[in-house]
Design a protein around this ligand. Structure first.
Ligand SMILES: [Zn+2]
Length: 285
């Protein structure tokens, strides 16, 4: 069976398989997704143990050296919000992990809250942030409407991002801002050598947006129009599965060739090497 596109309802053929997961694609919308959607238990298991501490798929050491990286990213993103006229008010960080962004936003005077379902990430909550974060959205509804809802590296993990955006839209008002970061397809890696792009990692990532399909998803789900886009991450393309071939004698040569291709591309066509983007979208504007 061919699943329908969640944006345009056209049938989406399979594009490629990774492990036992199939990635389907809507060409007109430039949207890709894993289908069938893995069972909730299968997805939950990814985040139960080791995701934030380097034992599983996710982060090497989220609570140690990645804290500094997270705080630097938070500063950049709070600056972007301030430049758009959002410098104070109420803020919800949806999928807040250890609460670093909540902490950074509070330090700038935001009335900031966070929600995070992963028990492992919750263990990273500091005493300072604990009063403002919750395992469940219901615990934070009393603080709505939020002026800003942030979802950093979250939407690609969800079984149904549009349904989640609709639910979050209900916690905002006209003029609120959605601020999200997602990996973006469209770089040469995703176009030419999808199996080696490390963001194609089901069942951890289930949705793969381009800039166009992220804009359409924010509009469809949250009634929000994108007013600013920033490159969040750009990095070498990969045409060789380095992880799988780490011990092969030609790995070093392959990396050198990869690096040379990347440098050439980043000069000729910078968008070809973009790995993830930040989108800022205003509700009802
Ligand atoms: Zn479509």
């Amino acid at each position: 069976m061919t699943p329908p596109c969640s944006l345009c309802q056209r049938p989406c053929p399979e594009r490629f398989r990774k492990g036992r997961y199939a990635v389907h694609r809507c060409d007109p919308c430039d949207l890709e997704f894993v289908w069938p959607t893995p069972a909730p238990d299968e997805v939950r298991a990814v985040y139960e143990r080791g995701y934030f501490t380097g034992e599983g798929h996710g982060y090497d050491d989220y609570f140690g050296r990645e804290r500094d990286v997270a705080m630097r990213k938070a500063a950049t993103r709070l600056d972007a919000l301030a430049a758009l006229g959002y410098a104070h008010g109420t803020l919800l960080d949806f999928g807040c992990a250890a609460g670093y962004f909540v902490e950074a936003a509070r330090a700038r005077g935001w009335s900031a809250f966070g929600v995070e379902p992963s028990p492992e990430a919750q263990r990273g909550w500091s005493d300072a942030v604990r009063p403002y974060v919750a395992a469940d959205l219901d615990a934070l509804r009393a603080h709505a409407p939020f002026d800003v809802i942030a979802a950093w590296d979250v939407l690609e993990h969800l079984p149904d991002p549009i349904a989640t955006l609709r639910a979050l839209r209900g916690l905002t008002r006209e003029g609120s801002m959605f601020a999200v970061v997602v990996p973006v397809i469209g770089n040469v890696n995703t176009r030419l050598a999808p199996l080696t792009w490390d963001q194609y990692k089901p069942p951890e990532h289930l949705w793969f947006f381009s800039r166009a399909s992220m804009r359409a998803t924010l509009l469809r789900g949250a009634d929000a129009r994108v007013v600013r886009e920033d490159v969040a991450w750009s990095r070498p393309s990969r045409f060789v599965d380095i992880d799988r071939t780490a011990r092969a004698p030609w790995t070093r040569a392959a990396r050198a060739i990869d690096g040379a291709i990347h440098r050439a591309l980043s000069v000729v066509t910078p968008s070809a090497t973009v790995d993830s983007m930040a989108f800022y979208a205003k509700v009802g504007a």
